[in-house]
Design a protein around this ligand. Sequence first.
Ligand code: 4NP
Length: 169
Amino acid sequence: MSGSRAEKPIGVLFVCLGNICRSPLAKGLFQDLVQERGVAERFDIDSCGTGGWHAGDGADPRTIQIAAFHGLTFEHEARQLDPRRDFERFEYLLAMDLDNKAGLLHAGAPASKVHLMRSFDPALKGETEHRLQVPDPYYGGSEGFEKMYVMLKTACEGFLSHALANQPR
Ligand code: 4NP
């Protein structure tokens, strides 16, 4: 159908705790993916943390490193969730783990907008929520960052298919 350009973009907010490790990478990967598929203008994409300790910081150096290792670079400035604006602006509030999900709901997010990021990984269909988490890599070693990259890459692809298939036209 014509005219899709004039329609409101699909709002996607990636949410973790500190907004320096997981959600910035998810945003970078998803931005790269929608560019590659030629659908970037159909999305309004951002990331945030439920906590505000790192607001204003760049991405964690280990996140920058794992992204660069896979050929991905992106700009980032951490920010905290802003419930008043974010819950209206974004249709999808994509939590990395169950704590992030609980934080969103506690802040008043409409439950229908809140999803675990990995619930869009088609290989994990039917898994319990505990198995659909992107673990916080902050206090661990570099292998946690590589695992995070792989999980997010797969989940971003699954999510894009879902979002495009469910976009009202
Ligand atoms: P993120 O990781 O939620 O993936 O950005 C974390 C970053 C910082 C902290 C915790 C998690 N922190 O406690 O400072």
